[in-house]
Design a protein around this ligand. Structure first.
Ligand SMILES: [Zn+2]
Length: 289
């Protein structure tokens, strides 16, 4: 089994693998509730798994993953009030400006390490991946590097419907790490001191490792296409000069001009207003007065 994690490679191994295929994968996820039955890090675990498996099969190197992601703000806040209520979600949420600026610096690190194509796969989705794409496109305006930025349900669009802690996601984790799902704990949601339903999907009972395997394999088929396209485009990329802070700051300044245009900054049309007394109220609109 070839080594694919950047963090595990010796410098000569990195160099050899980079020469074979100059593609880097960035797995992104978060810890957030997926019902009483599931590990909190489901979104991170599936992104890690798919990136590592893609790198093993199709080439490339997996960057250290980012298990902190945009949550709480905008459309997340009414969702949280409904799905999690006033319970502690035990989540690793970050505001969008912090994540997006950090993301730009991650892209810089990849270019400076010698990569010529970037795959960003987020296991956490719902709209924030659109903001990552806007940031990536602005970055490409300065540094022309081929990139694919998306969430895992986007890999299987038309085949499977992504969900939150339902049949789709619980199946994914059952396939990857069966021991991290414990369906016997579902009854905890009836215990008033346990934290409630914690965003479990209505059809989670229908989840199975077999369905999870089908979803993950379909995702990897799509990743194979994406990597082939990026590898092809990367062959036309000449040696990049070092990207310095000032280039990233220039991109960040453009992106930061309009936080009200970020998808994660505001609720979706038709979402309910967050109750005044809710712990999620202050997050409803980000960067707007
Ligand atoms: Zn999830």
């Amino acid at each position: 089994v070839p080594k694919v994690l950047w963090s595990e490679m010796l410098p000569y191994e990195f160099k050899e693998r980079l020469e074979e295929c100059p593609i880097v994968y960035l797995p992104m996820g978060i810890c957030e509730p997926h019902g009483q039955i599931s590990a909190l890090g489901l979104d991170m675990i599936k992104a890690d798994y798919m990136c590592a498996e893609a790198a093993r099969r199709f080439g490339g190197i997996v960057a250290p993953s980012l298990a902190y992601h945009i949550h709480e703000v905008g459309y997340h806040s009414p969702w949280l009030e409904t799905e999690v209520g006033e319970n502690n979600p035990r989540m690793t949420g970050m505001p969008p400006d912090v994540v997006l600026r950090f993301f730009l610096y991650q892209l810089r690190a990849f270019v400076n390490a010698g990569f010529k194509g970037i795959v960003v796969l987020s296991g956490h989705s719902g709209g924030n991946q659109a903001d990552l794409r806007v940031a990536a496109e602005l970055f490409q305006g300065e540094i022309p590097i081929p990139m694919w930025v998306g969430s895992d349900p986007e890999l299987v669009q038309g085949l499977y419907n992504g969900d939150h802690a339902g049949k789709y996601e619980i199946s994914q984790l059952m396939h990857i790490r069966l021991e991290l799902i414990d369906k016997t704990r579902k009854s905890l949601q009836d215990d008033p001191n346990s934290g409630g339903r914690l965003a479990l999907g209505a059809d989670a009972d229908e989840a199975s490792p077999e369905l999870g395997q089908q979803i993950i394999e379909a995702s990897l088929l799509k990743l194979r296409e994406i990597v082939a396209e990026l590898a092809d485009a990367s062959s036309r990329i000449t040696e990049q000069p070092m990207v310095h802070y000032d280039t990233v700051e220039k991109v960040w300044t453009q992106l930061a001009e309009k936080p009200e245009a970020w998808r994660s900054s505001y609720p979706y049309p038709g979402q309910q207003t967050v109750s005044e007394q809710s712990r999620w109220k202050s997050y409803e609109y980000f960067g707007q007065t």
